[in-house]
Design a protein around this ligand. Structure first.
Ligand SMILES: [Zn+2]
Ligand SMILES: [Zn+2]
Length: 170
């Protein structure tokens, strides 16, 4: 079962996990259509990304893949992730801290994000009401929604508790 080594606890009902097998075969199709070569380093980066359940930066991925192959360079990881994004396999997020983060792109497992500005923690949430509401708004404007992002910025529960504990001491 999933070993949750990171401290990023998921609060509430966790969104559906992406369908890894379907994304894998979409990636194979994309790579053969684009005649992209599957090198050993590329495979390692892709496997690592598919196994990670986090919002990984290039540096995060690089640190993990280098445990298996110390010769992998930043540019290779960067280009591989750009390829995954171009193929619709990965979503790129910029959550305002200057880093680009990647996660598996699965529209059936759609979720949105709560971003803590104090610790940088990223929480995922799923809310059918928001999805429904935006469809209604789009309809009102004769607009067809292709994609959307809801990013809520603020302070997470842990940071608020820490802040409160600090205040009580003083
Ligand atoms: Zn926080
Ligand atoms: Zn996410």
């Amino acid at each position: 079962m999933g070993e949750d080594e990171s401290g990023a606890a998921r609060i509430g009902s966790a969104p559906k996990r992406p369908n890894v097998e379907r994304l894998r075969s979409e990636l194979d199709d994309y790579m053969s259509r684009q005649q992209l070569r599957s090198t050993e380093q590329r495979r390692l980066i892709i496997d690592t990304f598919f196994e990670s359940q986090e919002h990984m930066t290039i540096d995060d991925l690089l640190a993990v893949v280098r445990r298996s192959d110390a010769k992998i360079g930043y540019a290779t990881v960067y280009r591989t992730m750009k390829m995954l994004a171009a193929g619709g396999i990965a979503h790129e997020h910029r959550f305002g801290d200057g880093f680009t983060r990647y996660e598996l792109a699965d529209d059936d497992a759609h979720h949105d994000h709560l971003i803590c500005e104090d610790c940088g923690g990223i929480e995922e949430f799923e809310e059918p009401l928001i999805e429904e509401l935006q469809e209604r708004i789009a309809e009102r404007y004769g607009f067809t929604v292709r994609d959307h992002k809801h990013e809520l910025y603020g302070q997470c529960r842990e940071c608020r508790m820490k802040a409160n504990a600090g205040n009580n001491k003083g």
